[in-house]
Design a protein around this ligand. Structure first.
Ligand SMILES: Cc1cc2nc3c(=O)[nH]c(=O)nc-3n(C[C@H](O)[C@H](O)[C@H](O)COP(=O)(O)OP(=O)(O)OC[C@H]3O[C@@H](n4cnc5c(N)ncnc54)[C@H](O)[C@@H]3O)c2cc1C
Length: 270
């Protein structure tokens, strides 16, 4: 995430964990909530809505999880052979209950989506990170959010954590009406659900059109958008034209790219 004016980066101590599934159930027909637990969760930290972990999935044939080695200087290399990892948002962490919650989009195109669709209590998962956090600046006059379903866990977490009097204009693109979720948002938050209604994920301009025509509240806003990288390009350009500035009040993050396995979201910034 790009840092807003008063936001600051904090790095967490790095640790590789193996956790077990405590429960797995659908939030909507295409979103699966997996609650992870285990002794390894001790010392887990997360402070902000874009915090994410690298989940290490088991090899389909051996059932083994390959986790990266931790080097003496505290670094790791996720690209070592055998590691099957993908980025997922920390939807919720409950230290008292010892539970880490991740919301997975259910799809069968890759190991992440497939693992989630089959997850059962007792299954194990490798969890790396979060590497650190960007402390959010809540001092903006309003928040403008755009997200597809992969970014909905982060957006929903932000809506839950914002002050209750925050002004929010949010646009969420999902497959259809059945994918709308109940979110504990600030009282004045205006949320618009956009339905693909049959179109494939990552192929529509629904978010772009909605953001282009959105009337924004008065004052200095913070814009955050995440989803399929290709669909975000014109959105990034448009928001810059509207005066949002990367590094101050604009963060547009490609969470996945159609046709690419394990898209590197750091590669997208322009
Ligand atoms: C910071 C960050 C946080 C994220 N948080 C979440 C989260 O909380 N929940 C979540 O579900 N995802 C999240 N994602 C997105 C997730 O990492 C990607 O969707 C990832 O590609 C899924 O891995 P996979 O193994 O299922 O598919 P991959 O093996 O990576 O990809 C295989 C194929 O599937 C396609 N594909 C990938 N994702 C989707 C999708 N959602 N719908 C349709 N086709 C797809 C790819 O384009 C590719 O063609 C996040 C990404 C980032 C960078």
């Amino acid at each position: 995430m790009t840092v807003a004016s008063d936001a600051r980066i904090e790095f967490y101590p790095l640790r590789a964990r193996i956790l077990s599934v405590r429960s797995a159930h659908p939030v909507t027909p295409r979103m699966i909530r997996v609650v992870l637990a285990g002794e390894d969760l001790a010392g887990f930290r997360t402070d902000n809505f874009t915090d994410h972990v690298k989940l290490c999935f088991p090899n389909d044939e051996t059932g083994e999880h390959v986790l990266p080695r931790m080097y003496a200087d505290g670094r790791w290399n996720m690209r070592e052979p055998g590691i099957i990892y993908r980025d997922y948002t920390v939807r919720r962490y409950d230290a008292d209950a010892g539970e880490l919650t991740i919301d997975f989009v259910a799809h069968d195109h890759g190991p992440g989506g497939r693992w989630a669709m089959r997850a059962r209590p007792g299954d194990r998962l490798g969890v790396m990170g979060p590497r650190g956090t960007y402390h959010m600046d809540y001092g903006f006059d309003y928040f403008l959010l755009g997200a597809d379903e992969t970014a909905l866990p982060a957006a929903a977490r932000l809506l839950e954590e914002l002050p209750r009097d925050a002004r929010v204009r949010a646009f969420f693109e999902v497959a259809d009406a059945g994918e709308e979720q109940r979110i504990d948002a600030p009282d004045g938050a205006e949320i618009t659900w956009l339905h693909r209604d049959g179109a494939e994920a990552g192929t529509t301009a629904l978010l772009e059109q909605a953001l282009r025509t959105a009337e924004l509240p008065e004052g200095d806003g913070f814009a955050w958008c995440a989803g399929e990288a290709g669909t975000l390009k014109p959105i990034r350009r448009h928001l810059k034209e509207r005066g949002f500035e990367r590094g101050r009040n604009l963060d547009v993050d490609g969470y996945w790219r159609r046709g690419t396995a394990n898209h590197d979201h750091h590669a997208d910034e322009d």
